[in-house]
Design a protein around this ligand. Sequence first.
Ligand code: 26W
Length: 873
Amino acid sequence: MAQRQLQANRVAGAPASSGRQVFPRVTAPSRGALRISAVAEAERTAPTTRGSTPAVPAPTADIANKLRYLFGRNGDYTSTDAYQGTAWSVREKLIDSFNKTHEFWKKEDPKFIYYLSAEFLMGRSLTNTVFNLGLDGEYGAALTELGYRMEEVADAERDAALGNGGLGRLAACFLDSMATLDLPGWGYGIRYKYGMFKQGLKNGYQVEMPDIWLTKGNPWEVRRDDVRFEVGFGGRVERRKVNGKEVSVWSPSERVIAQAYDNPIPGFNTPTTSNLRLWDALPLSEFDLSAFNAGDYDRAMLERERAEAISAVLYPNDSTPEGKELRLKQQYFFVCASLQDVLSRFKAVHGSSWDLLPEKACFQLNDTHPTIAVAELMRLLVDVEGLDWEAAWTITTKCLNYTNHTVMPEALEKWPVKVMAKMLPRHMEIIEVINEGWTKWLSGHLKDVKGEEKAKRIAAMSIIHENPWNKEEMLVNMAYLAVVGSSAVNGVAAIHSNIVKDEILNDFYQIFPSKFQNKTNGVTPRRWLAWCNPELSALITEALGSDEWINDTEKLAGLRAFASDAAFQKRWAAVKAAKKAKLAALIKKVHGDDVNQNALFDIQIKRIHEYKRQYLNVLSIIWRYKQLKSMSPEERKKAVPRVCVIGGKAASAYDMAKRIIRLVTAVGDVINKDPETRDLLRLYFLPDYNVSLAETIIPAAELSQHISTAGTEASGTSNMKFQMNGCLIIGTWDGANIEIAEETGVDNVFVFGVRAEEINRLRKERKNFKTDPRWDELMRDIENGMFGDKDYFKPLVDSVNNMKVGNDWFLLANDFAAYLDAQEEVDRTYKDQAEWLRRSIMYTAGSGKFSSDRTIREYAEDIWHVKPCRPAA
Ligand code: 26W
């Protein structure tokens, strides 16, 4: 029985579909008529459940039923209605699997992993859920019957954009792999009412709009009215004697309710459906009637607004902490609710045998954002459960693990002691006691280090330290608290984990070398290949003779045998061409332009940041444009045409990033209109880059850019998604690019640029660096207004070219020439399509390592020590 068939039976009573089927592309005749009769037809033929034992209704009737009763209207449905109808039908199957899994886990009481993250960038759920549940056959057929195409219905779903970028999406990929590997594990986070802002372009400038994603309800969540916890803020702490023992009693001045919403997470090709529990903040009391009656309407609503503000909106920064109190409130809110939830479930089964807790629960801190968990777990164990400090500390450090995702100094959170003490007075006390214990232990450990040196070493590792920019202010270093409070610390790619060990946390590495590990990131091959590129997947499955690669991507290595097979290359290219046509249609829809689909599709999509060097990409495009302009028509015929696409959001307060977006749109406006070159070169900024846009762009890409300054991109994960979809990479020796090159064959990757170990020296020498004359020319062009807005672009030019004001911190000038050389190598290679396609196939063949299943297996074995626990089919 084909594995996916097995899959389908996971949902009780689901009609067996004959093995795997790709959706037939049906051209629906005039919609209205068909739909009504189809609906009626479906209902007429639906097995009557009334009275008799309810058979699971075939999806067609069930969707029709949802359409009628959810919307109370009969007929004239939009594709959004069809989406809702389908989603609410699939939801029931999902909840069945969720309940079965959790009944089993309740019985088995296995050790659980809890992934604490301020961000979960889930994207859309319909397609992923239908495919992971193995229901794509019947739901595809049902929708066809109803005159819809799955793709079109899927497009009606809003992205759940509860994250900024890499860190948030990684958390989502991890949930898919944890469920697929049957690991008892939940995600815990915040149910933001407004997710990542929607990005628009106004005259080429980024504008932000609120992401109102919940207006039409959310079929993928279940509100748990029985799961609510109180969370306190502010107030004061008293010491009281309780049966002779001094205890700390915290009386918060503000209390809110954390309301749980469960989001079932379906694993692929397994009966397991795990969970993502998100917390919504509610006021303790619904409405202050007495204030209202006293005519003080604002105060009547005040408490509600203050509470709801906590889970209202995602902070849109992905590298610089806003440092706003509300941000810390958000972090403590979900951590406090999550720990109370886990401890109460543990207590319900194991009472107060807290020493057992590390055997039954462990937590992964997704960067420093949930690090307050170190102090909160201590508070719950000492103040609430009455354990003594040492016992509580042993349990806490055993239970917690910390992942670092960035080495950017400005991204490492340090909370002012005064802010922490005001908002979380008891936690600040606990952090002080932790730090005392830690620095005392250190001074013991560093017994042979004497005097000044010793004091300096200890001060350098103190969790509470002066603010280097303002000596009056003391800061709580959340990364240091996470390291001291955890049993494992890991980076997210080999080079990054070394930088963490050798640079940003070297002192700690010297003390606890065994705590430090590497866990190279991964992405789920379900969403990022099998579901977003079913055409390429079908070809891969045919070549490999089964679709087991979806669960076991190492099997993709089998494609190496086909890399130079002309017939296979031809079909591989045909799939890419079809995907390019889709992206061309999208560019047409957004920018109104028809692009040359035989051009090389060159893509850079990620958050806009100076270290990611979208600016360098634009400079190379301007240079390419000038080259084309200076060519004779003859020479132009030999040029490789390119369609360049850049996409990504700039944090709303990140001015330089916004100037980079404007430069992209300004350059695009000029070159896309130039009659001499527009058939050979285009540049488009695609707005509102998010998960579902990535699912359209990545399968269509031929070249993707990962050109961060070496040593700055911790890992990158889009590089892995492009690799899986046979897209070649031009990139620096940075993050996971290095491991991708090792797996794919370094000669197949267009690597350029200075190495991480040279950066510090080159930065010191940057003032005397002789810039490339082509660089100088481009700087002058931008300064002289070749793309308009010259005053607006001046800071951009100064930041990399005027050493009086800027310092080209990310060494664009140093990598410029090598980058242009690499781009020429790209053109030369693209001209040899047999060689290009050979490499493209080698990329997918070498992507096995970069499945998040491999990453999660390593976390489970090396850090979490949790075992698969699979319910019966
Ligand atoms: C406090 C503001 C803030 C918010 C988010 C600071 C830092 C972050 C994240 C750590 C930034 C982030 O998303 N880092 C990315 O994490 C990915 C997953 O590990 C990596 O692949 C990327 O290289 C890294 O930039």
